[in-house]
Design a protein around this ligand. Structure first.
Ligand code: GLY
Length: 376
């Protein structure tokens, strides 16, 4: 794992964003050094009776031990593998069993330390054990800080009889009461993972203000080395885009679907070439394809396509598929995505001045224009 030993770690005052989702209060604390606030923040409204700390097994030991000490003596550590195969009902059963063995009750808490895979499975364990226990997220990736840790989506994958996975098929919305995004935990993140998180930030910029994407491009060198001041600002500007949407549409009845901008294409790419691309890289290519589709549908001007490619290229993200990608197979793979309604495909298309439109049952030429824009 890359270690940015040259990363500039300057403590930044933490900011706490408070909101309600599904009637549940949630506090999102952002800052460099914010983890130190964990004990004080956790005891609101009262200290959990017991804590299960579910963490990515590859995280630096020093970080896991620090968090464990901050959580106090009634904490049980549960390392898990952060991969899609391990995001399974079997791992979930292990978590439930541990919670029962530790005699956790409804005043106990599950704390997730890691990226989106960890908070997805830990959150679903919290949502289902004893019909729901307290849930706290301590994200350690850019993607989790700006996206996965917010909004309460939790899930495990379902295994088909042929051994393939249906991603996030079994899950629920279980809102964490507390999210602490301490950007100093990003110091050991490989550059590729940092850039993958930037894809979701650029998606947020496309949904709100393009000024955020311009700022990311200017700050790219500092973000690459996980500079804590730049990272704090990134998370403070990007996370609220998602918070605003989930407050308005907590259960994804309509507006929250726009957060899937680029993802219908990205999920098809991931389903056919998951080894080649990280999720963020697939989203980057998906953002280009969705923009080209929007241009074809006359929803966005052609200049937007050039801007989107410019932002992504500047931060070192891919904008094209590998040579010889099979557009027909990718189009077929879109049909099995969860983001469809009955037989109708659902595309999220960006608007020229920010924001997005939901297109149900897009014409074949619109879908194809997206794929052709990213095919070599
Ligand atoms: N990642 C999209 C959502 O949480 O709605």
């Amino acid at each position: 794992m890359a270690d940015h030993s040259t990363a500039s770690v300057t403590p930044t005052p933490s900011q706490c964003i408070e909101f309600e989702q599904c009637g549940q209060p949630c506090r999102v604390v952002i800052g460099a050094g914010a983890l130190d606030e964990l004990p004080a923040r956790l005891c609101v409204p009262s200290m959990p009776t017991r804590v299960l700390l579910v963490h990515d097994e590859t995280l630096p030991e020093v970080l896991v031990e620090r968090v464990c000490a901050l959580l106090g003596p009634r904490t049980t550590m549960m390392p898990i593998a952060a991969n899609e195969k391990a995001k399974s009902v079997r791992t979930l059963e292990t978590l439930w069993k541990t919670m029962a063995d530790e005699r956790m009750d409804r005043a106990s808490a599950v704390v997730a330390l890691g990226g989106g895979i960890i908070s997805d499975i830990a959150g679903f364990a919290a949502a289902t054990y004893s019909r729901g226990v307290r849930f706290v997220v301590l994200p350690t990736t850019v993607l989790a800080m700006v996206d996965a840790a917010i909004g309460g989506k939790t899930a495990v994958n379902m295994l088909r009889p042929d051994g393939t996975l249906i991603k996030n098929m079994i899950g629920s919305v279980w809102v964490p009461e507390l999210v602490i995004s301490d950007v100093t935990t990003l110091a050991t993140l490989p550059v590729r993972d940092i850039r993958s998180g930037l894809a979701e930030c650029i998606k947020h910029a496309m949904l709100s203000s393009h000024a955020l994407a311009d700022w990311i491009v200017i700050q790219r060198a500092r973000l690459d080395r996980a500079d804590s001041v730049a990272m704090t600002e990134l998370v403070r500007r990007s996370a609220p885009v998602k918070i605003d949407v989930v407050v308005r549409d907590p259960l994804e009845r309509r507006e929250r679907m726009t957060l899937n901008l680029g993802h219908t294409y990205a999920h098809a790419i991931e389903s056919l070439s998951s080894e080649q691309w990280t999720h963020g890289e697939a989203v980057a290519i998906g953002l280009v394809a969705a923009t080209a589709a929007a241009v074809e549908a006359e929803i966005a001007p052609a200049t937007l396509l050039e801007r989107v490619k410019g932002w992504l290229t500047a931060v070192g993200l891919p904008t094209q598929l590998a040579i010889g990608a099979d557009i027909e197979a990718l189009t077929r793979a879109m049909g099995s995505d969860k983001k469809r309604e009955g037989e109708l495909l659902r595309l999220i298309l960006p608007l020229g001045a920010g924001g997005a439109q939901i297109l149900r049952g897009p014409p074949a030429e619109v879908v194809r224009a997206g794929w052709e824009s990213v095919a070599l």
